[in-house]
Ligand binder design. Sequence first.
Ligand code: NAP
Length: 475
Amino acid sequence: MDRLLWIDGKPVPARSGRLAPVLSPANGETLAQVAQGGPEDVGAAVAAAKRAWESGEWRRATAMDRAKVLLRLAERIRAEAEELAALESRNVGKPIQEARGEIGMGADCFQYYAGLVPAFGGSTVPVGAPGTGLTFREPVGVCGLIVPWNFPFAITTWKVAPALALGNSVVLKPASATPLTALRLAELASEVGLPPGVLNVVPGPGGAAGSALARHPDVRKVAFTGSTEVGSEVLRLAADDVKRVSLELGGKSASLIFADADLDKAGASVSGSFGNAGQDCCARSRVLVERAVYDEVVERFVEHTRALRIGEPLDEATQIGSLISSEHRDKVDGYVRRGVEQGAKLCTGGRARAGAGSFYEPAVFRDVDPAMTIAQEEIFGPVVAILPFDTEEEAIRLANATVYGLSGSLWTRDVARALRVVRGVETGVISVNTGWSVHLEMPFGGVKRSGVGRELGPAALDHYSELKSVFISED
Ligand code: NAP
């Protein structure tokens, strides 16, 4: 089946006529032939978004009317959740259970911003002159959104929902490997009454379509999720026109386990490391353990890792699906070999599964030095390094000893320690006594090379709106 670009409320072929196969990484099956957009197609999509913006039909609609469309979209996604989850599971290679969670979160995201936006407005401001100060919240204009392949649907909705709720127009560039649910989302949005041109989707190579979007002069805001390397390039491309930019980038998150923690829970927290087969910007790819319980935690962690069921994405029992491609699997395997060469001890896993697909056994290393490559670089696969620490200060120092600062966890029963450590760790997000980080209602994003800005929660509304100051003289 061919899937075309989605521009101005309808499917259109790429100007070049090019199509590329989108594959299931678990078995190599071709899921669709997808039109490959380039700079001219991005230009057409931005022009459609600008026309929709200038017509005012969407941005001048009341917040309540926009919210009604988004609520219908949330319901439409729920009605089609099983099909969307199966499509995502096959396209990304992720377990169907995880894919269902992602689609459900996407629907909730539209509902959340539909509820928030009618209550979002400016304020009156006391000023030192005779008159009245007011602030208005206004949409930004055409937003260029660029997303990765690991949570294609959820991350798309994190950007599209607040952008649309505020009245912006959008051009979305999905990852080349995983454009299918984004294209379906655009169709569903059109079916529930989103005007043509308000949401456009242009799959295509990042270096052509993505970069054209980031530098297009009519794009006022760029929101990017992906690698730190590409994110900094996007920042450069957006600089000439001084666009607003938000970046959600890579991570090397740590789980800090203190000796007083509930070790049953902490030692079993493998899903925080291996969810989505470790292809998760928040993956706890480093586990830092107080030395007194180091051996015990390593043992439990390895035991729980070995119990994870690797299997076909659509199998209900599967916990670890396929990696996104054989190239990516080989890259992950290269990191594992590097860890072994540098002297870390591989306790379990670290092998590609024979046969079709890009399946990889989750790897756990112990006796890892903080300077080793596996403790420093984002692997973006199922590989965990477990390191010991002696003091709370050392734990914080180690947690902060990478260029990243996205997420993390801390396990302790001591509330005062939890507060000290939470304040000491340099990340945008940190959880206590759980390996889970993402809540729709809370801001999400990183510090250092993990990014700029916050998505989700009310904070996302700031990204997609301008604050205008108005002064009315009473002289
Ligand atoms: P990526 O290679 O940086 O690609 C992300 C997106 O950017 C894709 O749509 C890609 O298109 C596009 N792109 C590539 N080159 C571009 C360019 N020169 N200009 C504009 N766009 C360009 O990242 P990925 O491999 O898809 O995703 C994995 C990375 O995302 C990891 O580093 C992970 O930590 C990060 N991530 C971060 C978060 C977060 O919230 N902080 C969440 C999820 C993932 P193509 O697909 O065509 O290359």
